[in-house]
Design a protein around this ligand. Structure first.
Ligand SMILES: Cc1cc2nc3c(=O)[nH]c(=O)nc-3n(C[C@H](O)[C@H](O)[C@H](O)COP(=O)(O)O)c2cc1C
Length: 248
């Protein structure tokens, strides 16, 4: 597939152009096969963490997928009332949980380039019925939460933290870049962002069906959030935050 040979652009200040042009596939490139690479584990291993079992996900309301799509919108004003643990469980399972495993391969409710599934999902709980506040990692294979810590959540990494302050919990989506870039090179970074975008849309549609509000938040201090989640910011970094709560 020959698109163009112009992989380099001179205006280095336009970082997005620099990156986009340099991550094109040109006729000179050869796609490498999956078999050359180790299969990436489905998620990070917090094997020594305390775990919180989640109930089997509940049915959503009778709302159809098409209606969810039509009614979906960003909610920024939350009442401060807690969201229930079962709603959190449903949201996590259908947006990012593992549906099937065949050997070391697994599938989720969204597609991922090469089945690499580069995203990890973290939850910062402020006010959820039946849960202690703190930071958790979602184990989508076992449908459990790994406890990272139970310290009170400091959300000063949000640039406008006051705006949505009454949320119930934050979903923080991180990318583990190596899993993608080992197979796709620098182009793999694009695919990491696609994974995050799909989880984001799943959360929007599910929230609508569960009659709770949510809003994607791209405005955050990356390094501060990475520190809050215990991510190194290089191999794995936070990409997107979503505030979820009862609508105010
Ligand atoms: C990647 C991304 C980042 C966003 N970041 C913010 C944000 O930082 N603050 C905010 O209030 N809304 C944010 N939004 C929500 C958009 O502003 C919102 O989707 C847009 O205004 C369209 O409105 P709607 O979602 O209600 O249709 C973000 C949405 C996306 C997809």
């Amino acid at each position: 597939m020959k698109l163009t040979n112009s992989k380099l652009v001179k205006k280095q200040a336009d970082l997005h152009q620099w990156y986009h042009q340099n991550s094109k596939i040109t006729g000179a490139d050869q796609y490498r096969g999956l078999s050359e690479f180790s299969i990436v584990p489905p998620q990070k291993d917090y094997r020594f963490a305390e775990q919180l079992n989640l109930d089997f996900p509940e049915e959503c309301s009778d709302i159809s997928l098409l209606d969810s799509m039509l009614q979906r919108r960003s909610v920024r004003k939350f009442s401060g009332e807690p969201v229930g643990l079962s709603a959190l469980s449903t949201l996590l399972y259908y947006s990012h949980g593992v549906k099937n495993r065949i050997g070391s391969l697994h599938s989720r409710s969204y597609a991922s380039a090469g089945g690499r599934y580069s995203s990890e999902v973290y939850i910062l709980v402020k006010n959820v019925e039946g849960m202690k506040p703190g930071v958790y990692h979602y184990d989508g294979v076992q449908h459990k939460l790994d406890v990272i810590h139970h310290n009170p959540v400091n959300d000063s990494f949000l640039i406008n933290e006051q705006e949505m302050g009454n949320y119930s919990f934050l979903i923080c989506i991180g990318s583990y870049f190596d899993g993608m870039t080992q197979k796709y090179g620098e182009r793999g970074y694009r695919y990491c962002l696609f994974d995050v975008g799909q989880i984001c849309q799943n959360v929007y549609l599910l929230s609508t069906a569960l009659e709770i509000g949510c809003c994607a938040i791209g405005g955050f201090y990356d390094d501060e959030l990475n520190r809050a989640l215990g991510l190194d910011g290089h191999k794995e970094s936070s990409i997107l935050v979503m505030a979820v709560g009862r609508q105010g």
